[in-house]
Design a protein around this ligand. Structure first.
Ligand code: GLP
Length: 268
């Protein structure tokens, strides 16, 4: 794993956006895996600004989001579709037909959504870069603790903890779904490259378990240890419980020096 510890959440956003921009400018048709939540919001803002400065284009991009609530009306402001429109899609030149979320259409059985989603990802050539946040309990997407590490896109019941922490997005009287459709852990691991973002002290335990804990279904993010190209981009607060924080900073310093000298290789 390439663990990058930076000073602030703003720095996480800037570095994350730079990584996405680098990929968009390198590949003609990029397939991005996208995440929602508070964490990537500032990175999307950076990408929109870069688009406005004409530094990048989303014209050739296809996107697959990690997850979507089950049972929200299409167009509901709390849906992850609405989040993506608001935070990114409405502000850049991405073709709306190339943006996918695992949404269950009216009349469709929820169990059909996952296999169809996986087939579409394969049809588009697979995900080049998957963006991830992390839940306080170590979830990625909505793969809650004890999710199979071999799981594929499917319906999941959210934990009470996740429901409580996402409650803030729902107003009084608004129904908060307890079910979601999420890419599985194995779906996520199929991506060519993964970028996990985490900021703030509330994520410090989850980051520690993901990076330094055993690979275990109790912390689905720990499965990322099995992937060859993962960058964990965190601010000081989210890194505050890492035993190897000093080592990661030292490695990062070396890597940045080598990069500035034009040397680059896979260091995960
Ligand atoms: C949500 C999402 C995840 C997200 C996580 C953390 O429930 N399903 O994809 O990474 O929780 O969210 P936040 O960034 O708001 O802390």
């Amino acid at each position: 794993m390439d663990v990058r510890i930076v000073a602030s959440a703003a720095e996480v956003a800037r570095e994350g956006a730079a990584k996405v921009a680098g990929l968009l400018n390198r590949l003609d048709d990029t397939v991005l895996g996208l995440a929602t939540g508070e964490t990537p919001r500032a990175m999307y803002r950076e990408l929109v600004l870069a688009f406005e400065r004409k530094e990048l284009s989303f014209a050739g991009v296809t996107s697959f989001n990690l997850d979507e609530y089950l049972g929200l009306e299409p167009g509901s402001p709390q849906s992850y579709r609405s989040y993506m429109q608001r935070e990114l899609f409405d502000h850049v030149d991405i073709d709306p037909l190339n943006t996918f979320l695992p949404f269950c259409e009216a009349g469709q059985h929820p169990d059909e959504v996952g296999p169809a989603y996986e087939a579409e990802i394969r049809r588009r050539g697979g995900i080049d870069l998957q963006i991830l946040g992390i839940g306080r309990n170590g979830h990625i997407g909505f793969n809650e603790p004890a999710s199979s590490l071999g799981s594929r896109t499917r319906v999941k019941t959210l934990t009470r903890e996740t429901l409580a922490s996402n409650r803030r997005y729902f107003g009084p009287g608004e129904t908060q779904p307890e079910l979601a459709i999420t890419m599985g852990v194995a779906t996520i691991l199929d991506a060519q490259e993964i970028l996990l973002l985490a900021t703030g002290e509330s994520k410090a335990d989850a980051v520690r378990a993901a990076v330094e804990g055993p690979v275990a279904a109790m912390c689905p993010a720990s499965a990322l240890q099995l992937h060859r190209r993962v960058t964990v981009l965190v601010d000081d607060a989210a890194a505050s419980k890492l035993e190897l924080a000093d080592y990661f900073r030292w490695v990062d310093e070396q890597n940045r020096r080598l990069e500035s000298e034009g040397v680059e290789w896979n260091r995960s």
